[in-house]
Design a protein around this ligand. Structure first.
Ligand code: ATP
Ligand code: MG
Length: 392
């Protein structure tokens, strides 16, 4: 039994044991559901133990499937194993601007070469790094996380890095790229040169199913929440819901944290399914709110058209109906409408962002058509959120 510090009862949380465990940055002791990916990754890295080169590797999987978590965990382990050896690991997140430069800036720094943070021609950075690496006789493993964000530069970066090996003495020196991408067709989108010189072994990270999410959430609950303050049913509810809509562990953990916060705010002694339900809605709403703000104007119009149709009781509007509603909306906002084909593309994009769900409807009056079945929040809420952003 904890004693409340006298005079500061609010400091002690009733439900949370350690809130950090439910934050994004926390790296748990094990990663349930990712055993086979970890095994494959370690097998691919095993030549390092015999001082042999390792092939390039690519992690592919949608957001929240544990790619960064797996790489961080293995990295910590391998860095300890290979301490004081000629093997080096370097983790770089590519999601910031001017990536190729930044990557080579960091790569040069491994060898103690300090280049200015901007301004030098790319070739100069490349040559300095190449010379230092050739002389060093090390095996370097460079992890490029979120490599699909800078699309154009990604090609050049991958091409220039992955062809380095052919110019190194592979008996002693090599460079392995571990790329991490969440666009599932990332390889197809690379240009031919980059693809053929990179040519990675691919490790696929599928979305988590309900059992896996349950294991992930149970681990967080046991570590981060107090004993006896949460119902396992609440966890099962979140796991089942998220598995159905995305299989995204980040989102599942966000919902659990939000559920605990809600339970606490309500002064409840236990986190229940009711809290989990409220948290699901709150997190979806937050997410939709954020997403809407970064959507281009016509995506907003299309989403508005869908929300209006769903709110008016149309259960599964098809592309044609959505397009007509979209035309009315563009007219109201005095905007030039896009073609039906383009709007159909926007519907697909909204679905792949997880903001709406679609389904093929076969053999109706119009043959096979795509219909929208839901928005991630109640359509009335969606209308309200859309009403709060400017339609300009
Ligand atoms: N198998 C797992 N066990 C425990 N926690 C996990 C597991 N997979 C993911 N997580 C947690 O979920 C969150 C998201 O995971 P992670 O950052 O690895 O996703 P990602 O695949 O890199 O996604 P993105 O493509 O958006 O970068 C992190 O907080 C991570 O610790
Ligand atoms: Mg990641």
């Amino acid at each position: 039994m904890e004693t409340l510090p006298f005079g500061h009862p609010s400091i002690v949380s009733r439900i949370f044991r350690d809130k950090r465990v439910l934050r994004e940055s926390y790296l748990p002791p094990t990663l349930p559901g990712r055993e086979s990916q970890i095994e494959d990754f370690e097998a691919l890295l095993s030549p390092l133990h015999y001082n042999e080169p390792v092939p390039h590797i690519l992690f592919i999987g949608k957001t929240g499937t544990g790619k960064t978590a797996v790489v961080k965990q293995i990295l910590a382990r391998k860095e300890a194993e290979f301490k004081d050896s000629f093997i080096r690991f370097e983790y770089i997140n590519c999601s910031r601007a001017n990536t190729a430069y930044r990557v080579f800036y960091k790569l040069n720094r491994i060898f103690g070469i300090l280049v200015p943070p901007s301004g030098l021609p790319f070739d100069v950075l490349y040559d300095r790094f190449f010379e230092a690496l050739s002389r060093s006789k090390i095996r370097l493993v460079v992890i490029l996380d979120e490599i699909d964000i800078p699309s154009k530069r990604g090609d050049r970066l991958l091409y220039s890095l992955s062809r380095i090996n052919s110019e190194l003495d592979e008996e002693t020196t090599s460079l392995t790229i571990v790329g991490i991408a969440n666009t599932v067709n990332f390889l197809d989108r690379l240009d031919e040169r980059a693809r053929s010189s990179f040519n990675p072994a691919v490790i696929y990270f599928p979305p988590y199913n309900a059992d896996e999410l349950q294991a992930i959430l149970l681990q967080r609950a046991r570590l981060g929440l107090r004993d006896g303050t949460w119902e396992e049913g609440a966890i099962n509810y979140i796991a089942a819901k998220i598995a159905r809509e995305s299989g995204d562990a980040r989102r599942a953990i966000d919902v659990l944290r939000m559920a605990a916060e809600i339970a606490e705010k309500e002064n409840s002694i236990k986190l229940t399914v009711e809290h989990a339900k409220k948290a699901m809605d709150a997190v979806s709403e937050q997410e939709l709110g954020l997403a809407i703000r970064s959507l281009p104007l016509h995506h907003r119009f299309v989403l508005l058209a869908i929300a209006k149709l769903l709110a008016s009781g149309d259960e599964r509007p098809g592309t044609g109906k959505i397009y007509r509603s979209y035309l009315t909306i563009t007219r109201m906002h005095m905007a030039e409408p896009l073609t039906m084909r383009r709007v159909s593309g926007i519907i697909n994009e909204l679905a792949s962002q997880g903001l709406i769900e679609t389904k093929m409807s076969y053999g109706g009056a119009y043959g096979n058509t795509k219909v929208v079945t839901s928005i991630i929040v109640a359509p009335e809420r969606a209308l309200k959120l859309l009403g709060s952003v400017a339609m300009r």
